[in-house]
Design a protein around this ligand. Structure first.
Ligand SMILES: [Zn+2]
Length: 226
């Protein structure tokens, strides 16, 4: 029999670290609330937006996409709180950056997207506010989206680059200009360790299960050997 499990408790408390993309259907609108400063990143648009490692590290890391001749494009990652107070983000173009920067923290916004499937979002201040954002411990402070983006990108070298920059900042070494909160970074590594432990435990169970099949003389796909 297969067992249903609740999420691991440690996964529940990774606050402020995970953010998911706020999907807005073509020609539709979605209300949300400003959660913090927009982060500008040069990306390569493959199936999804992948960070340009060369640009984001100011030449510190090589970028395979640049190496393949692809030109990076600027995108602004805008952190937002949705109706359920879940941290989300949308991507905007250069041309909407000034308008988005003019929006106050916690102000209600309308996110829309033009008809084209690939067009970036438009984020505007909501003129006819329907409800204010409920301020809690989670939503009160401006969100730093960097740790969430690093978690999404899953590029270990890029994460290490930020970790080194954070360490240098802490120890008074060369300033890299990269602001990175150490608590959030520690939480990211906690979450990674938990994920790896979960995978390792599942693999061990699978290995034991396969061995037990072998011991019972079962063949491929559980069919008994003739
Ligand atoms: Zn690149």
């Amino acid at each position: 029999m297969l067992t249903s499990h609740d999420p691991e408790p440690t996964k529940r408390k990774t606050r402020g670290m995970r953010a998911t993309y706020l999907k807005v259907a073509n020609g539709n609108k979605e209300n949300a609330w400003s959660a913090g400063p927009t982060i500008g990143v040069f990306v390569h648009r493959i199936a999804t937006s992948q960070p340009c490692r060369h640009k984001i590290t100011e030449g510190g890391l090589q970028c395979a996409y640049c190496g393949a001749g692809l030109v990076p494009e600027w995108r602004g990652y805008v952190p937002l709180w949705d109706r359920d107070q879940t941290l989300r983000f949308v991507l905007i173009n250069y041309e909407y950056l000034d308008a988005v920067r003019a929006i106050n923290l916690h102000a209600e916004v309308v996110v829309s997207r033009a008809k084209s499937r690939i067009s970036p979002c438009v984020v505007r201040a909501e003129l006819w506010c329907t409800s204010g954002l409920r301020l809690t411990e989670k939503t009160r402070d401006p969100v730093d989206l960097w740790p969430a983006l690093l978690t999404i990108w899953q590029d270990d070298e890029l994460t290490q680059f930020h970790l080194k920059a954070a360490h240098e900042q802490l120890t008074g070494g060369a300033r890299s200009g990269v602001e990175f909160p150490l608590e959030a970074l520690a939480e990211k590594f906690d979450a990674d360790a938990m994920r790896l432990r979960t995978v390792a435990a599942a693999d061990e169970k699978n290995a034991a299960f396969v061995r037990s099949l072998k011991d019972r003389g079962a063949g491929v796909n559980g069919k008994a050997k003739k």
